[in-house]
Design a binder for this molecule. Sequence first.
Ligand code: 5AD
Ligand code: SF4
Length: 448
Amino acid sequence: MSDAKKLFVKTYGCQMNVYDSERMAEVLAGAGYVETDTADDADMILLNTCHIREKAAEKVYSELGRFKGLKAARPDLKIAVAGCVAQAEGEEIVRRQPMVDLVVGPQSYHRLAELEARTGGGARAVDTEFPEEDKFDRLSARPKARRAPAAFLTVQEGCDKFCAFCVVPYTRGAEASRPVAAILAEARDLVERGVREITLLGQNVNAYHGAAETGDLGLAGLIRRLADIDGLDRIRYTTSHPNDMDDDLIAAHGNCEKLMPYLHLPVQSGSDRILGAMNRKHDARSYLRLVERIRAARPDLLLSGDFIVGFPGETEADFEATMDLVRAVGYGQAYSFKYSPRPGTPAADRAHVDEAVKADRLARLQALLKEQQQAAQAAMVGKTVSVLFERQGRMPGQLVGKSEHLQAVHVTGDDVRIGDIRKVRIVRSDPNSLAGELVPEPQASPAA
Ligand code: 5AD
Ligand code: SF4
């Protein structure tokens, strides 16, 4: 369509941002925008930013600098900044970067079309309020289009934990849960569009407590309600705080078949001294005991985690305690980072660990985590797993999907399509994925 305006979205950071970008593109579709995968011919460039780690704001300013030429050549081009940097910087962005037309915080995405209409010809719009209304309600009217078979669904936002290193409680605000009915409606809508797997998202998703007709439901209650939806085959959630893993949720890992045997449960450090300084409100032993209890409910659970090395005050002994904890748990997958100060957080003003020490510890931790990931993959060779196929692979005729344990699996075959869930026998473990062979399906009798 020649009169459609083109929207280029660049997303940074977490899955929450991927989800938000999709929703923003849908809101802007209502204002006549279709997505394009290059900035060069875009009528609007939208940067959905992340603030969680190092120098996020500076990176956004330098990224914006790269669009200067485009904006000079086409003054009608609209440039928008969304996400947590938008929330944190607000007006400062339009002050520092005159070519930005629109700044919108995560709580105001439903107003995006309206804000966009106010921009142009030098007019600019900034909206980084935390409004009372439910932005999700406003986002819910979407045209029915087929979706990829695995989707994200935000159920909770914000966080009240205040870990000493983290900006989330400041950028995303206090913890808030969406009502159960709204989530079920969105999930049914996704299933109607071909979605078979939903990952429930929230900065602290297991603190979920949403209103239902029968009173508040926790995350386990919500998962059970979702599990009743025909056509929805797989449920996951991320990301969780150890202290919010209640008995009901642990039990769900054992008795809710649709809840997949994968759990992202960040611990950040294995040293009690550092966990205390991080204000994590749990210690290494309580985390290990928790892991034991979840594994008792679901023995084949694959655990994932987040780690920070070089938090202020971390000694070699503290770091060794983290390595010990990793050895004790055995992670199938993990993310690890060097501590980086986020202005405005309590740890930012503390004495920092030397950069070279941080780099050395990160390399050692990542080597161990990589070894564990490889071991978890190697353990799958020879087993038959269930795979939801999500996309084409790089080789002709190749399809790639995810196992129940969220391991990437690729197969070659012409009797399998995107959206199929099929049994696959794993034949090889590659560096970041598993290679498998489709198990032939029992032939349906050729009834008339
Ligand atoms: N420095 C390094 N890593 C951080 N994370 C959050 N804040 C910081 C920081 N200031 C990491 C944590 C969190 C993940 C999403 O990002 O491990 O769990
Ligand atoms: Fe940040 Fe997670 Fe801690 Fe909340 S629980 S403050 S989101 S690290």
